[in-house]
Write a protein that binds this ligand. Structure first.
Ligand SMILES: [Zn+2]
Length: 281
């Protein structure tokens, strides 16, 4: 998933990119870093990448992003392969209350993301999480019994009172045309980092994207982008969605490979609602 990466982390990552001429002003007392760079360089240079010098293998070397290195046996990083699950009949259908939001897709250099207006929630474990945004990865980040989807949707819910998050993940595979994806693509997708495609007259509801929210896997994990914070309760839906090859290509052309490699499971239990595991993919 794509975190709201702090300016501080960005600044530190940018320092490593010596090719860029950047002036940095440090406000030690307030723990604030202000980065001054040419606007062009700032917008065209993502602070992390999925390959090359800033790829996943190097995220953990950046100060503040140590969790990404996943070196401790107790680390709970994401994504992971979903397999050998434990059926837990106490797991209830997800308590979602989802509403429409005006269409506004942004390309932030890592993914295509839709910010969500306040008011859509997920009640989980006594916490009311607020839906803040959803975004996409190509290929999927999670695998199920070793199988990737071609895409994965992440709907990111945040606890306003803490740094805890709950992310609903859904894998997509090539198949029939996906109506929800059609709505997103209709006005064109934001092609370059910094681009936005907005249509305030058009309202979308991520509820229309999701397969059954009564059937899911859940495990304790992390953000899948820096700083890889281990604050996420993952909720990965059993049932995959379909999209057409053309729809997939529309995203793939822009996103390339923006999935983090699988991480170690480290003894974690993956719980599952009751259901036919063999049907899950
Ligand atoms: Zn994501």
């Amino acid at each position: 998933m794509d975190a709201q990466t702090g300016r501080q982390a960005f600044a530190r990552a940018a320092i490593g990119t010596t090719a860029m001429a950047i002036a940095i002003t440090l406000f030690v007392g307030t723990e604030r870093l202000a980065v001054r760079a040419s606007a062009q360089a700032a917008e065209s240079t993502p602070e992390f990448a999925y390959s090359g010098d800033n790829g996943p293998g190097f995220w953990g070397e950046v100060p503040g992003w140590e969790a990404c290195a996943a070196t401790a046996a107790t680390e709970r990083q994401s994504p992971i392969d979903i397999d050998r699950v434990v059926i837990d009949r106490r797991l209830a259908p997800l308590q979602l209350d989802l509403h429409e939001t005006p269409l506004a897709l942004t390309n932030n250099g890592h993914t295509i993301e839709q910010e969500y207006e306040p008011g859509s929630t997920l009640a989980l474990g006594g916490v009311i999480y607020e839906l803040t945004q959803f975004h996409f990865h190509t290929l999927s980040e999670h695998t199920v019994a070793g199988h990737h989807g071609v895409m994965e949707l992440h709907a990111v819910f945040a606890d306003p009172a803490s740094d805890k998050k709950a992310v609903v993940g859904m894998l997509l595979v090539i198949g029939k045309t996906n109506h929800f994806i059609s709505t997103l693509i209709a006005n064109g997708l934001p092609k370059k980092s910094g681009d936005e495609v907005a249509d305030p007259s058009k309202h979308i509801n991520v509820e229309n994207a999701l397969t059954s929210t009564a059937r899911y896997y859940t495990y304790p994990g992390s953000l899948t982008t820096p700083p890889c914070s281990e604050t996420v309760t993952w909720l990965v839906l059993h049932d995959v969605a379909e999209l057409s090859k053309n729809q997939f290509e529309a995203f793939r052309t822009i996103l390339g490979n923006n999935f983090r490699p699988l991480q170690k499971r480290n003894g974690r239990t993956i719980r599952s609602t009751a259901g036919n595991f063999a049907r899950d993919r």
